[in-house]
Design a protein around this ligand. Structure first.
Ligand code: C5J
Length: 225
């Protein structure tokens, strides 16, 4: 079994048994004119996560391991969007409002799509989630159980919102979770740093963190040997 040098200590990566989860790498968060920008954020801050996430996708695909993409996206009638969520932030554009990339965070709209550089392959699972966590109101846990997945490697945005929420949900369901440090970003560098610390503190109370190079090298060596 490949072993990844990680924090707070090494992480076993069983093959099979491990899946990559890429959280919300959507135009609505990474490009101007979407949800992230409507909340007043500098969306260019998320760009550094794209290259490392692409490297992870390549490595997991080459190893034949499952890849799951999530999108934060609501039904067009917003029946799955609590009024409290829509009102939050008091942005100029709210969830469901028409913007330059279509209706904000609505499934099927251009802004809800995953950025072209990280586009899912036709055989990869894409889960639309109405919450910040990817387990709430989605089939994710059933899908992972059916595929006998016990270990999850996480990439995506934003570190302290949807990524951390999903990791905590996964941890409570018994998954061993590793967050890839350079494949996640926040609009707030201090929040990213704090989230990484929180995850691996207290002996890995939520999980592990490691750089993408360590994960990719472990996957490569497992294929070589
Ligand atoms: C946010 C997310 N930040 N994907 N969503 O609202 O982190």
């Amino acid at each position: 079994m490949p072993i990844i040098p990680a924090q707070p200590y090494e992480f076993d990566l069983p093959i099979p048994g491990t899946a990559l989860i890429v959280i919300d790498m959507q135009r609505d968060f990474l490009e101007p004119g979407g949800f992230g920008a409507a909340l007043g954020n500098d969306v260019s801050r998320l760009a550094p996560a794209v290259g490392p996430t692409r490297a992870l996708l390549d490595a997991f695909r080459a190893a034949g391991l499952p890849v799951i993409h999530t999108r934060e996206a609501h039904r067009p009638d917003l029946s799955d969007c609590p009024p409290s969520k829509r009102a939050r932030g008091r942005g100029d554009l709210r969830i469901g409002d028409p913007g330059p990339m279509g209706r904000i965070l609505v499934a099927g709209e251009p802004g809800a799509a995953i950025i072209p550089a990280l586009a899912p392959l036709p055989d990869e699972t894409v889960i639309d989630k109405p919450g910040k966590g990817a387990f709430w109101a989605t089939p994710l846990h059933d899908l992972l159980t059916a595929r006998a997945v016990t270990h999850l490697v996480f990439a995506g945005v934003t570190t302290e919102v949807c990524v951390q929420t999903t990791m905590r949900e996964a941890n409570d369901r018994g998954y061993e979770c590793l967050l890839v440090e350079d494949a996640t970003e926040s609009y707030f560098p201090a929040f990213k740093a704090a989230a990484l610390e929180m995850i691996r503190a207290q002996g890995g109370i939520v999980g592990w963190t490691a750089p993408s190079a360590a994960v990719c090298a472990a996957l490569c060596s497992s294929m070589a040997g």
